[in-house]
Design a protein around this ligand. Structure first.
Ligand code: NAD
Length: 283
């Protein structure tokens, strides 16, 4: 297969590209990434000599480049996004630009070149918060932050392209990922680096928010399965079945590093902070 991966220098995208080329050494991956503050070529250093990997620094909003790269591929997998909720609360523009307009460019060009498979990497955050039970793929989209609203808008756009134009789009919605190459702005790497340096760990509210955690390599396996066997037009939740409060994660990190809870700094809660995410992953 020849695959266009976008956002493949970020956390999940780089893990996925490495997974794919290790498992399918004859595949060709063209990796388009803008290298925003979140993208890091060091994540891909083990692929430097790999002839199956071509890196292109560009923007998914750049229609000419996207059109050129989409032509002749067997699949497009879009990881490219602005992803940090706090940044979206400070300023949403770039989230709309990349997560909605950039996705629209990808969908248009995939349609123009009759790409046989388009996978949009979305998030459990599009469902909003749930106090009891778990969201299925049919649950309503009720995003709370500008980030999750931009991702939900992207999902609806994908659905419209599948329905209106018959574009073979598949959406994956995963829970919180952890593992190598995650940007240190995110909870686990941030708390690990703070704790290693004996700096305060800024925990929102009382730390009672619940997240389901999935190891990034398990998410890669899920996306791999969907790439090869997923049904066009469908959405698939990918979770870890591993719900923990942020306080539990904090305690775990401090315990593993032999530090105590005095390092925790309980800071004012994030506005609109979803209490609990939970996915039903039976499908
Ligand atoms: P990340 O922030 O680590 O990486 C995003 C990548 O996209 C970066 O390499 C960045 O340079 C690139 N990018 C940003 N704007 C671009 C543009 N306009 N054109 C081209 N490239 C651009 O993000 P991540 O954590 O790896 O998330 C990847 C995808 O998975 C996102 O769509 C996100 O919504 C989704 N997701 C993430 C998680 C998680 O826990 N990290 C959970 C569920 C879903």
């Amino acid at each position: 297969m020849k695959i266009l991966v976008t956002g493949g220098a970020g956390f999940i995208g780089s893990n996925f590209v490495i997974h794919l080329l290790e498992k399918y050494p004859d595949y060709q991956v063209v990796n388009l990434d803008k290298l925003t503050y979140a993208g890091n070529l060091m994540n891909l250093r083990q692929l430097e000599e790999n002839p199956g990997h071509t890196f292109i620094q560009s923007d998914i909003c750049d229609r000419d480049t996207v059109g050129e790269l989409v032509s002749g591929v067997d699949a497009v997998i879009n990881f490219a996004a602005e992803t940090h909720v706090d940044n979206s609360i400070a300023k949403a523009d770039v989230f709309i630009e990349t997560n909605v307009r950039g996705l629209n460019v990808l969908l248009d060009e995939a349609r123009r070149h009759s790409v046989p498979r388009f996978i949009q990497i979305s998030t459990d955050e599009v469902y909003g918060s749930i106090e009891e039970g778990s969201f299925t793929e049919d649950s309503p989209l009720q995003p709370s932050s500008p980030y999750s609203a931009s991702k939900a808008a992207g999902d609806l756009l994908c659905r419209a392209y599948a329905t209106t134009y018959g574009l073979p789009v598949i959406i994956t919605r995963s829970s919180n990922n952890f593992g190598p190459y995650q940007h240190p702005e995110k909870l686990i790497p941030l708390f690990l680096t703070c704790a290693l340096e004996d700096k305060k760990l800024p925990l929102y509210g009382s730390g009672s928010n619940v997240r389901d955690w999935i190891y990034v390599k398990d998410n890669s396996e899920g996306i791999d399965l969907i790439l090869h066997e997923g049904k066009p037009g469908e959405t698939y939740n990918i979770g870890g079945g591993n719900e923990k409060t942020n306080l539990e994660i904090t305690e775990l990190i401090l315990h593993k590093l032999g530090k105590d809870m005095s390092l925790v700094d309980y800071v004012e809660d994030r506005p609109g902070h979803d209490l609990r995410y939970s996915l039903d992953c039976r499908k």
